[in-house]
Design a protein around this ligand. Structure first.
Ligand code: 6PG
Length: 247
């Protein structure tokens, strides 16, 4: 967990971690598979990634979640990435896999995306993304996994149709088991309004586990990058002694 000076520093650090993970994955297996979240927070990171020297020819991009709107819609997570990143980097189009939102039935499109992932990760019991980029909602949601939702106890499916209490109601989302085996779950959170959700993700105060806590606590490897507002006062730099801070 790292508390950084501001959103720009969070984006720069996230870009560095992405670069390291991409280079290690390509060196080890010839491919780097990353899944993207949406929302406002990743925008600065997408701009950093577009300007960085990265192995795009060996990169495959997927999505952690999507709002159930056409891909040209202002609320579409794919549209955000296409505008700030995809149109600026030499990633082959065949290696970009947006979540489908065109059948009119979220559950059908969720199943279709799961079928795609099962071909990409053939022979595996769960997908093995090299990096999943995750945000944090004020209510403790992450991906499109929301507090109290049935999706929080999913044990079998990789991709789910979920319902958001705010904004675009119908969503598609990777499930918790599909997320937590990633090579790196990279959480980004900026702004004072995320501070309580961040502390809840760490289990403070005790209470029903938020979706972010369920993912963070089960992640094979998780990193939380926060600006000082979201970190709630921990000085910039490595946030040592978090338990003491959060007691
Ligand atoms: C989405 C995201 C969602 C997001 C959080 C934080 O589709 O909305 O995947 O999980 O990461 O809601 O959103 P902001 O970055 O806009 O605060």
């Amino acid at each position: 967990m790292e508390s950084l000076a501001d959103a720009a520093a969070v984006a720069s650090r996230a870009c560095e971690l992405w670069r390291r993970q991409a280079r290690a994955s390509v060196a080890a297996r010839g491919v780097f598979r990353a899944a993207l979240s949406g929302g406002r927070t990743p925008a600065l990171l997408f701009e950093r990634l577009a300007a960085a020297a990265l192995p795009w020819k060996s990169t495959e991009l997927f999505w952690v979640d999507e709002r159930y709107v056409p891909h040209g819609h202002a609320e579409s997570n794919f549209a955000l990435a296409r505008e700030l990143l995809l149109g600026r980097v030499p990633i082959p189009e065949a290696q970009v896999h947006p979540m489908p939102t065109g059948s009119g039935e979220p559950a059908r499109d969720a199943a279709a995306y799961e079928a795609l992932l099962r071909t990409v990760f053939a022979g595996r019991s769960w997908p093995g993304f090299d990096l999943c980029l995750l945000g944090l909602g004020e209510d403790g949601h992450t991906a499109s996994l929301f507090p109290g939702g049935p999706e929080l106890v999913e044990k079998r499916r990789w991709v789910l149709a979920t319902r958001s209490p705010k904004g675009v109601a119908d969503r598609l989302s990777l499930s918790i088991p599909a997320l937590v085996r990633s090579g790196l779950c990279l959480f980004l959170a900026c702004g004072t309004e995320k501070s309580a959700a961040f502390k809840a993700a760490l289990g403070r105060p005790a209470g029903p586990a938020s979706p972010a806590r369920l993912v963070w606590s089960a992640a094979a490897r998780g990193v939380f990058l926060l600006d000082k507002q979201a970190a709630g006062g921990i000085p910039p730099g490595q946030g040592a002694g978090w338990a003491g801070f959060l007691s």
